[in-house]
Ligand binder design. Structure first.
Ligand code: UDX
Length: 450
């Protein structure tokens, strides 16, 4: 009986991109739609495949993709996007066509929801005459900024000139020209080409945003003028959905026991997300900066994230002895639990959009140290507009690090930032509660899909 009911649910196919920051919100959107009565099919690349055992309620369809870990380095992201789309289009079409032939009329797919960077799904939806929607896993502010790239290029601002880097872009305050830096992503012609493809909404009927209206009301309104589609800001998606494991790496849960031993709001949590990397010299400056801050710290050093090393073998001599039990270094954490822990009083982040939303949701003030792409934009918004963080710009050095940690977490100067972070948390909680903007938006989305 249960099976029959499950099979009679309208089927939604979700196509996530195989990167941590993209996969999590898509799987969580699946959980939300499942709770609204849909049957969920995850059509996913084999590379960075999600773990089906964490989602027994979904059906998983692997797409052969010919990708490997080397494809996902920051410098290769543009190539990864084009390669995965050209490799996945035909198999995805074949898998979905087979499913459509096999299923009875009442079991048919009613909609495809794909990650913006899995644009081949839009072509497949067109060919199979299926309605589709696009999930945007980064901010509306970043979307507005990147929509401006062709204009910046046409008006000669790109390549960026050193003399202008600190100037605010007249039509994009508070962003400066340097916040739109693209050099680390590839050459500008390639970036413009890929951004035109990924921004092409083709036949999509709606854009689903992992964002929250109170945070990005203006940016959402601006981007709505560019895309005359239905918009559904349903974020932070992880706060809307019940907790599930969507992590590609195994978290070291011992750090939670270490956190239990620390004083409330005393710990600085440090993570640069799932893709960014650092140089050995930066590792040493971070290490001594944390040591000199005198705050307890929980530091994620992802294996392979330091050039030329496996894990933490390049930590400077004497560092471990200097910090002792005050520091906890792990390969990966259960980040959302960490940010929700009462001991955590600050988050030094690369400002990936998920980390940004996760920190805001828990009221944790941030040290913003972006590494590339949209992270620069979020860092600027966090520090200048939302005022819940300090932007740690320029060359990394141990003195600056220790001072910034103190400014954020201890000094009078950081009091307002800490207070702002708390009120952001409250506003965000309201948005995901019954009657809140994201809550209502999700209901409208479910109705539209039906
Ligand atoms: C990438 C891009 O870098 C980012 O700019 C874009 O917005 C999304 O994709 P990523 O490096 O994956 O982001 O960062 P982020 O978006 O913050 O996502 C990282 C995810 O990994 C978060 O959900 C975070 O909770 C999780 N994480 C990180 C852990 O679970 N444990 C960790 O130790 C570190």
């Amino acid at each position: 009986m249960e099976n029959q009911v499950t099979q009679r649910r309208p089927h939604v196919v979700l196509v996530p991109a195989p990167l941590q920051g993209h996969l999590s919100p898509m799987l969580e959107l699946g959980t939300l739609l499942h709770s609204k009565g849909f049957s969920i099919i995850i059509a996913h690349a084999i590379f960075n495949s999600p773990d089906p055992s964490n989602h027994p309620e979904f059906t998983f369809l692997p797409i052969p993709d010919n990708l490997s870990a080397g494809n996902a380095a920051p410098a290769n992201l543009l190539t990864l996007i084009t390669t995965m789309n050209s490799n996945c289009e035909a198999p995805l079409r074949e898998i979905l066509a087979q499913l459509m032939n096999k299923n009875e009329q009442h079991d048919q797919i009613c909609c495809i929801v794909y990650d913006m960077i899995m644009y081949c799904s839009g072509a497949v939806a067109e060919q199979l005459q299926l309605p589709c929607m696009i999930l945007r896993t980064s901010s509306a502010s970043a979307a507005v900024a990147y929509e401006s790239l062709p204009r910046l290029y046409a008006e000669g601002y790109i390549p960026l000139q050193d003399s202008k880097l600190q100037d605010v872009v007249p039509w994009l305050p508070p962003l400066r020209f340097k916040d739109l830096a693209t050099a680390d992503m590839g050459n500008i012609e390639d970036i413009l080409e890929i951004s035109a493809i990924t921004n092409n909404t083709r036949n999509a009927i709606a854009l689903i945003w992992n964002t929250v209206d109170h945070l990005e009301h203006t940016a959402l309104a601006q981007i709505q003028e560019i895309y005359p589609l239905k918009f559904f800001p349903v974020g932070p998606i992880h706060k809307m959905a019940p907790p599930t494991s969507t992590s590609l790496l195994e978290a070291d849960i011992n750090c939670m026991a270490w956190l239990d031993k620390q004083a409330p709001h005393s710990v600085i949590y440090v993570s640069i997300g799932s893709i960014a990397i650092m140089e050995e010299t930066e590792l040493a400056e971070i290490a001594w900066g944390l040591a000199n801050s005198n705050q307890p710290f929980l530091w994620v050093v992802r294996p392979g994230s330091v050039s030329g090393s496996e894990w933490i073998e390049l930590l400077p001599e004497g560092f471990k002895e200097a910090v002792g039990e005050r520091g906890c270094i792990v390969k990966w954490t259960p980040q959302r639990k960490v940010l929700a822990h009462v001991a955590v009083g600050g988050f030094w982040s690369h400002c990936g959009w998920n980390s940004t939303l996760e920190s805001i949701s828990e009221g944790v003030p941030m040290i913003c140290r972006p590494c590339f792409a949209d992270q620069n934009i979020s860092a600027r918004y966090l520090s200048e507009l939302w005022k819940v963080g300090l932007h740690m710009d320029g060359q990394l050095d141990r003195v600056k690090i220790a001072t910034t940690i103190k400014r954020l977490m201890v000094d009078e100067e950081g009091k307002e930032i800490r207070q702002n972070a708390k009120s952001m948390k409250e506003k965000t909680n309201l948005s995901v509660s019954k009657g809140g903007s994201s809550y209502s938006s999700l209901n409208e989305l479910a109705e539209l899909i039906l």
